[in-house]
Design a protein around this ligand. Structure first.
Ligand code: FES
Length: 133
């Protein structure tokens, strides 16, 4: 049985979910909040508003189950995942992906990815405050 309502275009042109989950310090999986997920989500939301990016909606999400790769976001309808750690990362995702539909390869997470690639660790600090990688 076919349901015509499933043929609708997405309500939002781009729907972005940023993980803001918080776990207790020292949790083996870590969490996106300790990696800046909440602050960077708020920054992304403000940039989307300032730039008046049509049809884009930025929402805070609970755990997206890719904690070791965080902070993470997923953008629909493409289903593209990114890791990010700085305002510069958010600016690049905003400028390239949200404004021009281009994938930011440096920050892209593949479906089978279990750990960050070397270039994705640049500039990050690990849980103990030391530089990662
Ligand atoms: S805590 Fe962010 S994906 Fe799990």
């Amino acid at each position: 049985m076919h349901n015509d309502s499933l043929d609708q275009k997405p309500y939002f042109k781009r729907h972005i979910f940023c993980c803001g989950n918080e776990r207790p310090a020292g949790h083996p999986r870590g969490c996106c909040k300790e990696k800046g997920g909440v602050d960077l989500r708020n920054y992304l939301k403000s940039r989307v508003s300032e730039l008046k990016i049509d049809g884009a909606r930025v929402n805070m999400a609970g755990c997206l189950d890719r904690c070791e790769l965080g902070a993470v976001m997923v953008i629909y309808p493409e289903g593209v995942w990114y890791t990010y750690a700085s305002r510069e990362d958010i600016d690049e995702i905003t400028d390239k992906h949200l404004m021009h539909g281009e994938i930011v390869e440096r920050l892209l997470l593949t479906n089978d990815q279990k750990e960050l690639r070397a270039e994705q660790k640049t500039g990050r600090t690990c849980d103990d405050g030391a530089a990662c990688g």
